[in-house]
Design a protein around this ligand. Structure first.
Ligand SMILES: C[S@@+](CC[C@H](N)C(=O)[O-])C[C@H]1O[C@@H](n2cnc3c(N)ncnc32)[C@H](O)[C@@H]1O
Length: 229
């Protein structure tokens, strides 16, 4: 097994443990979500436009709140995550609220579907878990129809300096941490190992461009939906 694969396995264990806490958390407020079926933020809603009738591939969907929100808006959603616990929870929620879409358990770096989509989407807290942006961009490029949209709404890579004081530039070696708890409420007893990488804007753009995507829209915000909305 390569070093990257070992790191991904470590992360998968962490996400499986976290998911059970997240489902119960006030942060994700899943009981309320099941009623309103909308977890999308203004940033992605303003950027993505009308999704009705469009095929949408959601990468790193966690337990599916955003996937369900897009499906409720009329998109034909395929949602992918490497956490089996997350995918199983997403399936349970979709059956419960009768909003259906396709779920796939896979590492996004290894994803091979025999299908191209109108939209590929990923958001908030995703690429930092991926060691290899070139493979990530290749996944996007091979699953996107020509001249269609890939939308990424992500935390600014500069935040690691402000929040954690990490080294700003990408390093092949991940930042390996033993974490107590998670980013939601609850789970104070949870202990996980995690491996993360900080990806510079330059690296994100060049990975996408070298896989044939063209940057048409880029915006930075002075707020985070997870702190202010
Ligand atoms: C912060 S969450 C997803 C973000 C989403 N905005 C949310 O809060 O529901 C990150 C997700 O990435 C998934 N993930 C991490 N590394 C992955 C990989 N290599 N392949 C597929 N999924 C991965 C985790 O299982 C987790 O569900």
């Amino acid at each position: 097994m390569t070093e990257f694969k070992k790191h991904i396995e470590i992360n998968k264990k962490a996400w499986n443990k976290r998911t059970s806490i997240h489902i119960q958390s006030n942060f994700y407020n899943n009981e309320e979500f099941k009623k309103v079926k909308d977890s999308l933020k203004s940033i992605e809603l303003n950027a993505i436009g009308d999704v009705k009738g469009k095929s949408l591939l959601h990468l790193q969907c966690h337990f599916g709140q955003d996937s369900i929100s897009f499906a409720r808006m009329g998109a034909k959603v395929t949602a992918v995550d490497f956490s089996d616990v997350s995918i199983n929870e997403a399936k349970k929620i979709s059956v419960k609220i009768n909003v259906h879409f396709k779920f796939i358990e896979s590492d996004v770096l290894e994803l091979k579907l025999d299908k191209e989509f109108d939209i590929v989407f990923s958001s908030y807290g995703t690429i930092g878990w991926l060691p290899d942006l070139d493979k990530w961009a290749a996944t996007i490029a091979t699953h996107l129809k020509k001249r269609r949209i890939f939308l990424l709404t992500e935390f600014h890579p500069f935040l690691v300096l402000i929040n954690n004081g990490y080294y700003y530039f990408y390093s092949f070696k991940p930042d390996i941490e033993i974490e107590n708890g998670t980013y939601t409420d609850g789970g104070t007893e949870l202990v996980t190992n995690t491996c993360c990488w900080n990806h510079l804007l330059t690296n994100i753009f060049s990975a996408l461009e070298s896989n044939g995507l063209k940057l048409t829209h880029f915006k930075e915000f002075d707020f985070s939906p997870y702190l202010l909305e």
